[in-house]
Design a protein around this ligand. Structure first.
Ligand code: CO
Length: 134
């Protein structure tokens, strides 16, 4: 697998209405898109610096991964995402190295990326997402 760079930092927020204006109007980072990812129960709101994005994550309910994260840990950095050249190959390599990948195949993430998550136990405490550009 080849890591091509940091794609984005995922930040769990309590409210996009309340928390997005800082990124949009104070830091003035270019807005790249807002999207509902139904199967993860999350609304993503993405800002692109041109050298890595900020992905704000708003939960669609308490019983979702972000809802649970907010309840347990509060708002803040949720994951770091690295772009890879080939996600299927990356998953295969990780599993061969006994790294705990959260799904056997990539799923559809924001902006049409194919994504997979690696358990924090395997990474030193940080939820890591890998993403292949569409
Ligand atoms: Co992400």
């Amino acid at each position: 697998m080849k890591i091509l760079g940091i794609e984005h930092i995922g930040i769990a927020v309590n409210s996009l209405d309340k928390d997005a204006p800082f990124w949009k109007h104070i830091l003035k980072i270019s807005h790249s898109g807002k999207e509902v990812i139904e199967d993860q129960g999350v609304t993503t709101d993405i800002y692109d610096t041109g050298k890595g994005k900020v992905e704000l994550l708003e939960s669609m309910g308490a019983d979702t991964p972000i809802g649970k994260f907010l309840e347990n840990r509060g708002a803040g950095i949720h994951h770091v995402c690295f772009e890879v050249d080939n996600i299927s190959e990356a998953i295969k390599e990780l599993k061969e190295s006994n790294i705990q990948v959260l799904s056997d195949e990539s799923t559809g993430g924001a902006e049409g990326y194919k994504v997979v998550f690696i358990h924090p136990k395997s990474t030193g405490g940080v939820l890591v997402e890998l993403a292949e550009k569409p």
